[in-house]
Design a protein around this ligand. Structure first.
Ligand code: 0X9
Ligand code: ZN
Length: 435
């Protein structure tokens, strides 16, 4: 009996307690596929589950390129089936694992003790590395204990927990002068593998808190708005990418399926519809969930925005990659009534981005610029929570490194985003928003 209990424990541990084995992508290729007809595109999409395709970039129209990761076990079958369609196929990435190994550094755990080198204009947080979730939360807590320059105040609030019980923390950065002010909400890390998103939010937090370059635009931002930032919306997925680098969804179990996870950016409860750019299949990377707003990580943001949306003028959700500044709607090709306001503010943002490192960001509604996908957080922020200026920002790059953006590119990517954000905030302030 004792032996069998022991066995059960071992089995239990194997199933639930041991760290998941590392997944590698040896022999996985990213193919660039050009299709000639809408019908061929539909057939291509219908192959997603059969060949376990991971779509890295959707085409905007016929003859635009689609990037697809495919494993070695499916390569031949997939390419054969493509042969029956009218497509042009070329190889974009020869070996995905090599790309990951060459360009992506592991995330680091930076404790308080190695943040000792703080001075009046820095917390000592390493802004040139990717950090694990715990380090990011510790960093937020640390900021609340600091006396910050310009009387800036940092406060932290938990928006709730994830499926696996991690705390989803939000930090508010504000200047006490002229309070109360209108808010701007920024989040990152809805998609687990987009590491540059949390890294960029951390960069923005550090710069708003300490203003290390004594930037008058930051000073003016904080005299017009309070800024609320959530660096990691999907902490379970983010942690899981330590072992499965290209994981996108959260880590919820799905009843009746052995496949794990929901795409949080298909799960938001505004015009939720798996048939529009999502999926009803739990094994899909774009699974929309079993009902709208089903996921705790979605509910954390939804509840906060429903309770506080009327205090916010803007919602910015940071993703990667593609270099785009997108506004609603994602569920339809129709445009919001006030889209010209959103377009103009995005225009100022991308102009500021370009002037820093010459990087071009595309502007437009997400359906018309990228693809239709219902249940996104941006659509919810605007349509569900009534926040006027709602955007998805797809950071660098345009595909050379994709999700494996080297650490040397964190700083330029984040600093150009910050420049864009400051120009954006100035635009909306000049249009009568904010304080
Ligand atoms: O597909 C997405 O969720 C976003 N792109 S990503 O490559 N980061 O996955 C774009 C979302 C745009 N917004 C909506 N469709 N609502
Ligand atoms: Zn994303």
């Amino acid at each position: 009996m004792l032996v069998s209990i022991g066995c059960i424990c071992v089995l239990f541990q194997l199933a639930l307690c041991l760290p998941s084995p590392k997944v590698t992508y040896n022999g996985h290729k990213v193919l660039e596929i050009l299709h000639k007809t809408e019908d061929d595109f539909k057939k291509l999409l219908s192959m997603e589950l059969k060949f376990e395709l991971d779509i890295w970039k959707m085409p905007k129209h016929v003859n635009d390129s689609m990037y697809v990761r495919v494993g070695p076990q499916h390569l031949e079958g997939f390419v054969n089936e493509l042969g029956s369609l009218n497509t042009v196929v070329s190889t974009l990435v020869e070996d995905v694992q090599q790309l990951i190994d060459t360009h992506s550094s592991p995330r680091i755990h930076q404790s308080h003790s190695n943040r000792r080198a703080v001075n009046a204009r820095s917390s000592g947080m390493d802004l040139n590395s990717y950090h694990i979730h715990e380090s990011i939360n510790n960093y937020l807590a640390f900021l609340t204990t600091q006396v910050l320059p310009n009387d800036v105040v940092a406060t932290v609030e938990s928006l709730g927990t994830s499926v696996e019980g991690r705390n989803v923390q939000m930090i508010k950065i504000s200047s006490p002068y002229g309070a109360p002010k209108r808010g701007i909400f920024i989040d990152g890390g809805i998609h687990a593998r987009e590491w540059i998103a949390p890294a960029t939010v951390v960069y923005v937090i550090e710069h708003l808190a300490y203003n290390p370059k004594n930037d008058s635009n930051i000073y003016s931002l904080l005299s017009h708005f309070d800024v609320y930032l959530v660096p990691v919306v999907n902490p379970d997925g983010y942690e899981y990418t330590k072992d499965v680098r290209l994981w996108r969804k959260n880590r919820n179990t799905n009843s009746g399926s052995s496949c794990v996870g929901v795409d949080l950016n298909r799960n938001f409860p505004f015009q939720w519809n798996p048939a529009v750019g999502g999926s009803t299949n739990p094994c899909s990377d774009i699974y929309s969930g079993s009902y709208k707003g089903s996921e705790p990580e979605t509910a954390n943001i939804v509840n906060y925005l429903l309770n506080h949306g009327s205090e916010f003028d803007a919602y910015l959700t940071i993703h990667s990659y593609g270099q785009m500044w997108l506004y609603p709607w994602g569920y339809t090709s129709a445009l919001p009534n006030d889209y010209l306001d959103l377009d103009a503010a995005a225009g100022d943002a991308v102009a500021a981005i370009k002037s820093l490192h010459r990087k071009k960001y595309t502007i437009g509604s997400s359906t018309n610029t990228l693809y239709a996908a219902a249940g996104g957080s941006d659509d919810f922020a605007k349509g569900g929570a009534g926040i006027k200026y709602a955007y998805t920002i797809e950071l660098r790059d345009t595909g050379a490194y994709g999700f494996s953006l080297p650490t040397s590119l964190i700083q330029p990517t984040a600093e150009e985003f910050l420049a864009g954000f400051l120009a954006f905030a100035e635009n909306i302030f000049n249009n009568g928003y904010g304080k």
